[in-house]
Design a protein around this ligand. Sequence first.
Ligand code: LLP
Length: 420
Amino acid sequence: MHHFHYSNGQLYCEGVAVAAIAAKVGTPFYLYSHATLQHHFQVFDRAFGETPHLVCFAVKSNSNLAILRIFINQGGGVDIVSGGELFRALRAGVAPGKVVYSGVGKRPDEIRYALEQGILMFNIESPQELQVLNQAAGQMGRRARIALRVNPDVDPQTHPYISTGLKQNKFGIDIDRSVAEYLIAKQLPHLEIVGVACHIGSQLTQLSPFIETLGRLKELIARLRREDIQIRYLDIGGGLGIQYNEETPPHPVEYGRSIIQELQGLDCTLILEPGRVLVGNAGILVTKVLFTKQTEAKYFIIADAAMNDLARPSLYGSYHGIQPVVEKDRREVTASLVGPICESGDFLAKDRLMPAFDPGELVAVMSAGAYGFTMSSNYNSRPRVPEILVHKNEFYVIRQRETYEDLIRGEEIPICLTGG
Ligand code: LLP
């Protein structure tokens, strides 16, 4: 469900015509619907009903302060993977007690920052990290709450780049070895074991890998309790997929229901780390066609957005729907929608039947709210695009378009090159 719809041949985001926003802010830009974001959070949160739980939005999927604030206002926490994400989330107003920190490579300064803030828990991904955290907490006179992020060796049946719960992935601690690590952690004076964490991958379109994982986590928690290690939190990560094209992922309500059922009687507070399912379909990328070009082999529609703005198609071969912002009678063509970047891998849609857009027309790249702006870069010295939030009949610039000056911020020509 999302609030992008056509009315009188015009694409609207809630009560605002997308073309009107383009006229004001120029192109390209990311556009988010407040009502969709809020609705997604509520549906997801309510799917867990009375079961004690905390929804910790995965900041990496969309880290704009305004977006974070929407979820924080709904009572959400955050899942972070860096000091930068912690900084953003705190600026957005998150309570430190609702922050969980995942990631295989936490730097000492990041660990200290999170300790200072008193976050809810660190999801530890290696034996060495356990020692480093214990030491840092000791030096700061603190006790760090921890979970071990275990790797359950379950195939999430998704793109290999976004699978994380297989033995060959860099993530987590092998579930079979984790009991030994928990016993070590128990001896470390500056750590307090509070949980078990797991995240097996992203864009999952079936429930079975989640359920298989839960089975293993339940066994682990039972074993830990036999060792007198009390587990208060079970963090089952994120990963629920969305519909980009013809996928039929489970509805959050179905996802919630089967998880609750599987975890009955476990007596843990559940932590969830959804990213994509909350923001993916709540955002689009709006771009303008610059040129069309018929070559001997192919038809290209060249737009002003590129792989630096939305990396997913180039990086994973991901599908994003392509729709006109203003509908009109026109033919369809098999074309590639490409950007200005100097790489043949620069495309937003490849060899696909799409409307035969003309130069000057606006194009909506759908389902771009997750891992869109956050993965964008300045490649080819392209300023990053603005982010716009629609709330009912108003729109707000929630991130300005970067300027050329922004591009060179922090750069310097050293004196040895200036002849000074
Ligand atoms: N928790 C952890 C520890 C994660 O690593 C991730 C995503 C999430 C939660 C949120 O997963 P989600 O609910 O969004 O599936 N750039 C890729 C996706 C990378 C996902 C990385 N980890 C893409 O554009 O598809």
